[in-house]
Design a protein around this ligand. Structure first.
Ligand code: IMP
Ligand code: MG
Length: 182
């Protein structure tokens, strides 16, 4: 059993839960992309852990690439105004692009990215997100094709997700104790 980090209130998804979810997503993606020209694009840095697992759960040929974006403004909440800090190395024209994300909250970051990437003429463009945060009264700005699981409207860390660049290496997804960030 993994010991719980003292800053974590409770575990939402254990390593075993995560493995099952990723396996299911990998099977689904493998079926849908058979015979296609799949490129997985992970958004740095949070999606790196999920990307590493997901790519190994997919058994059709694929390439990977990375992008890094930063939101304008000091606000922790997503504004949807995004600057590309690191662009793709690859040309995605005519290829089947799947953006890999750790968590979908407002969806504003991904909406911007999808608009940007669709201008480069991919054959197809979809999103695979590990978590989708349920926020009451709010609808995400994009509709992801592949969703690992929904999560409650709390601040979650682990499995790539950070708070102030910490906790990304926790092997589970947990709810951060509010006293840590308030
Ligand atoms: P969106 O543009 O509001 O969908 O923001 C999504 C991004 O915000 C994710 O890629 C994460 O980097 C970050 N984020 C949103 N919620 C959480 C959370 O609960 N924990 C850690 N990061 C989060
Ligand atoms: Mg992110």
């Amino acid at each position: 059993m993994t010991t719980l980090h003292p800053d974590v209130e409770s575990v939402l998804f254990s390593e075993e839960d995560i493995a099952q979810i990723v396996k299911r997503m990998g099977e689904q993606i493998s079926r849908d992309y058979a015979g296609k020209d799949l490129v997985l694009i992970a958004v740095l840095r949070g999606a790196v852990v999920f990307m590493g697992d997901l790519m190994r759960a997919i058994d059709v040929p694929l390439s990977i690439d990375f992008m890094a974006v930063s939101s304008y403004g000091a606000n922790a909440k997503s504004s949807g105004i995004v600057r590309i800090v690191k662009d793709l190395d690859m040309d995605i024209k005519g290829r089947d692009v799947l953006i890999v994300e750790d968590i979908l909250d407002s969806g504003l970051t991904l909406k911007y990215l999808m608009q940007n990437l669709s201008n480069r003429g991919p054959a197809s463009l979809e999103v695979a997100t590990f978590l989708w945060k349920d926020v009451e009264g709010k609808q995400a700005a994009i509709d992801p094709k592949y969703v690992g699981t929904h999560c409650p409207d709390a601040f979650v860390v682990g499995y790539g997700l950070d708070y102030a660049e910490h906790y990304r290496n926790l092997p589970y997804v947990g709810i951060l104790k509010p006293e840590v960030y308030s």
